[in-house]
Design a protein around this ligand. Structure first.
Ligand SMILES: [Zn+2]
Length: 817
């Protein structure tokens, strides 16, 4: 009797225990799916679970957003596993070195990276509850890591907006305001960055903090939960072509295994879905590709809905799509993913080890030379990815030269950066550095080129030999050596670091000059743009020496002290060719025609990269503002059709005429050009007006359109580096072209441009598009009265990762005068 009772009592306690956990609906006080749960309520529920099931749930705050919302991770597994969580983690990570007895599956579920795809966080609560109750058996050999919301600022923005505008009861008419978000939707983060384009570049605080934890775990499976348009059904793995060539057969196959398991449940419920279309695995900065290049089965799941759907919306076929439907689908795939992982623990562990075996890639080492600011910036990025690197020894290396695209040699020294592929993160190194990513299909969802040596503007060799490197290298340079009686301190101008240094000096009211022509002083050569800080200019500031010392140390700037303003060659420091850098007051247009992404990139640039103040003028009221209060007005890229009426254009032209500086980027250029605008002209291509003599069959039309497209390809441009817009650059620049917009050369002031032969260095550009961008301007400056208009056809601040473009923008602010 006793023997019979004991297991029964045990079972009873387990059931009672399970019942003690409140479901999301019970906890929140409303049925899940009938309201959008606010961020603090989501956090409350997770905290509640961590308290109530403390033996199986561990909640960690891994950081904070720009708007100070917590970033949370919930670790869940069986009580026995949770007691050994750290040793499970260590054993799993040992698999990357091949030696490991790891026997658990690690599944990481990321929800709501796009804030207005707001079902995901709701579904996460139902999913964790299910795993702790009905499906707790999956947790015996699986650790599940749940990020309930990658982008809390964006989601909070959406949920708050929806609650403000929603009808009561909610209205399913798609035209009602509750389905139409305004200029700033909830999709992006605080700085309007798309966090699902930031995994590789790590420009945003959310990504930076998440990746620190991600690297500690490197899960077997990673899912990024999204939503697509309201009329689309559900999308899950396997992904669409192109797949990057580093993706292994197992990674491909296992996507199919998971997809088929989802299909089983969707089929049983009669739910529609598609696979193998639209969402490819190529661009490395997504929540599916980045984990894939780190050994995971990385997947995107897309529910129909997003910011339009609200609590319910009429679809094209007349059905009503509700939040409850959307939760049910994401819940199903989430649970099904964990199920497949739990059933394939052995296979996942074996294959994960295989992924990290040295793959013997063609290029064994990437060897890079360049200015210290750019090298340091790249080293910073590599550190965040836990990619090992070192410095070279004196010698020469031979291999594929990125600039000439031929095999050649390059000198190396202790200033040369070396990154090799025979390391744990070798696959990621190949993906980020290789000179040319192989594209199996030109129809892709995103940019097709990103190679870091081009993005950072470095001279690079891809070597088929493993280059020896010194990893204990220390920078022996002395920074911030300020000589009290020096006539002037001089320093180079060639990277964002220098721009940050200048920005801080200006804000500390230190007067700085810049050289318009090259010069030599005390035997040291200096190029155009070099900064000259004289004692005479700053003699009224009694803290001048102290400030200069502090700021140059902070920015690790090397200063050369001179005892005289009389130069060996070039212009003396009192020359009219050595001008004062103006302390400019900058304004930027927001709202209306500006794209939120393009606006956000500039906003982030000022506040988080350059650290220089910016006034934001919204399209709603910019017409009432007296522009003469500002020295610079920036128009971010966007759609400017009909934004500038005659009166406003006249106003802006008048302001430039009196000395204002207008920076027009991307789509803004067409807004200020044309008959009544500035003189820049769009390049028109003569359309073939002859009657079509061939019938184009329907299925070829999409392929035909590709001929006009440039999908983020890298082009080598020419640079007039005697122009202030290009100070600090060499005579060529690799630009990332994102489309086929093309403008003719200016009469005067074309600074960066493409000539004939516009085959991209890497990435895809259709044949018509290549022809169109021949002989066109990339960056240029038009003089207008006493002012200037700076044109940026390509976007040097795109997603914040094209490091080598940023100095053009800094030049536009400080050097073009
Ligand atoms: Zn999305």
């Amino acid at each position: 009797m006793k023997l019979f009772l004991l297991p029964f009592v045990f079972l009873l306690t387990v059931i009672v225990f399970a019942q003690e956990i409140k479901s999301p609906s019970e906890f929140l006080g409303y049925e899940l799916g009938t309201q959008f749960t606010r961020q603090y309520e989501v956090a409350d529920y997770y905290e509640y679970l961590a308290k109530t099931a403390s033996d199986r749930v561990h909640l960690v705050e891994y950081g904070k957003t720009n708007e100070r919302r917590p970033l949370l991770l919930a670790y869940i597994s069986s009580a026995a596993n949770m007691r050994n969580l750290e040793s499970i983690r260590q054993e799993h990570i040992k698999s990357t070195t091949g030696e490991s007895n790891a026997s658990k599956a690690i599944v990481w579920l990321s929800y709501n990276v796009h804030g207005n795809e707001s079902v995901s966080t709701e579904a996460s609560m139902k999913t964790i509850y299910e795993l702790l109750t009905n499906k707790s058996s999956y947790l015996e050999n699986t650790v599940v890591i749940i990020d309930p919301c990658i982008n809390p600022d964006g989601r909070a923005r959406y949920v708050n907006w929806y609650n403000q505008y929603k009808n009561t009861p909610n209205n399913v008419d798609p035209n009602s305001k509750e389905h139409v978000e305004g200029w700033l939707s909830g999709r992006s983060n605080h700085y309007m960055f798309d966090l699902n384009r930031d995994w590789a570049w790590l420009t945003q605080v959310e990504s930076q903090q998440r990746l620190k934890v991600y690297n500690k775990w490197l899960p077997h499976v990673h899912v990024d939960f999204h939503e697509q348009g309201v009329n689309s059904p559900y999308y899950f793995a396997p992904a669409a072509e192109p797949f990057h060539e580093v993706i292994t057969d197992f990674q491909r196959d296992f996507q199919v295994t998971i997809g088929k398991n989802h299909a089983k449940y969707f089929d049983a419920n009669g739910w529609l879905y598609f696979t193998k279309e639209v969402f490819d695995l190529f661009y490395p900065s997504y929540g599916d590709t980045y984990p894939t290049y780190n050994g995971a089965i990385g997947m995107t799941y897309e529910q129909g809905g997003s910011g339009r759907a609200g609590l319910g919306i009429k679809t094209r076929i007349g059905d009503t799509l509700t939040l409850k439907n959307r939760i049910a689908h994401h819940f199903t795939t989430g649970i099904s993913t964990v199920e497949v992982a739990a059933k394939n623990v052995g296979k996942l562990n074996t294959e994960f080890k295989k992924f990290y075996k040295n793959k013997n890639f063609k290029y064994k080492s990437y060897v890079l030379n360049g200015n210290r600011g750019a090298i340091n910036a790249l080293e910073n990025l590599l550190q965040k990815h836990e990619i090992d690197f070192g410095r070279a020894y004196n010698g020469t290396v031979k291999g594929f030269n990125y600039k000439t695209r031929k095999v050649s040699s390059m000198k190396t020294s202790e200033k040369t950066l070396v990154v090799s592929t025979n390391q744990t993160k070798g696959t990621l190194v190949k993906v980020l550095f290789e000179p040319h990513a192989k594209l199996s299909d030109s129809l892709t969802y995103d940019i097709t080129a990103w190679s870091l040596p081009y993005a950072y503007g470095l001279d690079a060799i891809a070597s088929e030999n493993l280059i020896k490197k010194d990893e204990s290298w220390l920078d022996g340079t002395e920074y911030g050596v300020v000589k009290p009686n020096a006539y002037a301190h001089v320093t180079k101008w060639n990277s964002m670091k220098d721009a940050r240094f200048l920005a801080e000096l200006l804000q500390e009211k230190i007067r700085v000059r810049y050289a318009e022509t090259p010069f030599v002083v005390n035997g040291n050569p200096f190029n155009r743009g070099s900064l000259i800080i004289t004692r005479g200019d700053n003699q009224n500031d009694k803290d001048f020496q102290k400030k200069l010392y502090k700021i140059s140390n902070k920015h690790t700037k090397e200063l050369v002290a001179t005892s005289s303003g009389f130069v060996d060659s070039g212009k003396d420091f009192g020359s009219r060719y050595v001008q004062m850098v103006p302390k400019i007051k900058v304004a930027m247009l927001s709202g209306g025609p500006a794209s939120t992404l393009r606006f956000g990139e500039i906003w982030h640039f000022f506040e988080q990269q350059l650290h220089y103040p910016l006034t934001v003028l919204d399209a709603d009221y910019i017409k009432r503002i007296d522009l003469s209060e500002y020295d610079v007005l920036i128009l971010p890229g966007g759609n400017y059709n009909n934004f500038f009426d005659e009166k406003m254009l006249k106003n802006v032209k008048g302001w430039v005429n009196k000395g204002g500086k207008l920076i027009a980027m991307g789509g803004a250029i067409s807004g200020v050009s044309g008959e009544k605008g500035f003189s820049i002209k769009k390049k028109e291509i003569e359309k073939d007006s002859t009657v079509s003599t061939t019938v184009q069959i329907h299925k070829d039309i999409q392929r035909e359109r590709v001929k006009d497209a440039i999908t983020g390809a890298i082009f080598k441009t020419k640079v007039d580096n005697t122009h202030p817009l290009a100070f600090g650059y060499g005579n060529s620049y690799h630009t990332l072209k994102l489309g086929n917009s093309a403008y003719n050369f200016l009469d005067k002031g074309t600074v960066v441009y493409l000539e004939d032969g516009t085959v991209p260095v890497t990435g895809f550009a259709g044949s018509n598009a290549q022809e169109k961008v021949e002989n066109t301007m990339i960056f240029g400056v038009e003089n207008h009265g006493q002012g200037k208009v700076v044109y940026m056809v390509d976007n040097p601040l795109f997603r914040g990762f094209w490091e080598n473009g940023k100095l053009f923008f800094a030049n536009a602010l400080f050097m073009v005068n």
